[in-house]
Design a protein around this ligand. Structure first.
Ligand code: CA
Length: 224
């Protein structure tokens, strides 16, 4: 799951990015309001959630929220507000935010809100994902095949979750890269293939059939 964090307090942004990465989320950070809106409008399909500070340089969080919703962008938005701001929950919800958190907040509280937003029924994110004999629980970060637990790294888990949310579809490498690596990623270009290879090996151990098919020149498909 990929999160766009729009926050101009550098220390807070760094701490949140680090914490959320450890929770298994991929995080892109932007400190400027207008840049954030541009990013959201051009890369809307990359993000599962936006965490949005209200007081930002060049454009405030209310305006970003409003304009994003006017562009029919439906990504859940969690707003961060300072205690002394007079905004009411009603105002925030009117501008299109899904939830808000008053600073300072605990990291555990933030994670709980994120999970709740990503679980919303209208976002069609079921708690447990199943495909053939695979079962994946995002909250517990567990994967079972045929009832047996398969230990995966965070990236492998992220890949499998993405495949299971797009079953029987050809998923291209670029989608995976955009979704699971942050935009500062400058490593080697076959990183996706390497992780998919490891994931496939782990899933396949003790099973004859390969559930993750390579679609030559394009990407991969989770198939029965
Ligand atoms: Ca701020």
């Amino acid at each position: 799951m990929k999160i766009l964090l729009v926050e101009d307090e550098q220390k807070l942004a760094q701490a949140l990015t680090k914490g959320l990465s450890l929770e298994g989320y991929t995080v892109d950070t932007i400190a400027d309001g207008k840049k954030a809106l541009t990013r959201i409008s051009l890369h809307r399909s990359d993000y599962d959630l936006i965490i949005l500070d209200l007081m930002l340089p060049s454009m405030d969080g209310h305006e970003i929220c409003k304009q994003a919703r006017e562009m029919n962008i439906t990504i859940p938005i969690l707003v961060l507000t300072a205690r002394n701001e007079t905004d009411t929950k009603v105002q925030l919800l009117l501008s299109g935010a899904d939830d808000y958190l008053v600073k300072p907040f605990s990291f555990a509280e933030l994670v709980a809100r994120i999970r709740a937003l990503l679980r919303r029924p209208n976002e069609s994110l079921p708690e447990n994902l199943t495909f053939a004999d695979l079962e994946l629980n995002p909250a517990q970060r567990r994967v079972l095949r045929d009832g047996k637990e398969i230990p995966l790294t965070l990236k492998e888990f992220g890949l499998l979750e993405y495949f299971m949310r797009h079953p029987n579809q050809v998923v291209n490498r670029e989608d995976l890269l955009n979704h699971l690596w942050d935009f500062n990623y400058a490593g080697f270009s076959n990183v996706v293939d390497v992780h998919v290879k490891n994931l496939r090996r782990k899933l396949g151990e003790g099973h004859g059939r390969d559930i993750l098919e390579t679609v030559r020149g394009i990407g991969y498909r989770l198939t029965e």
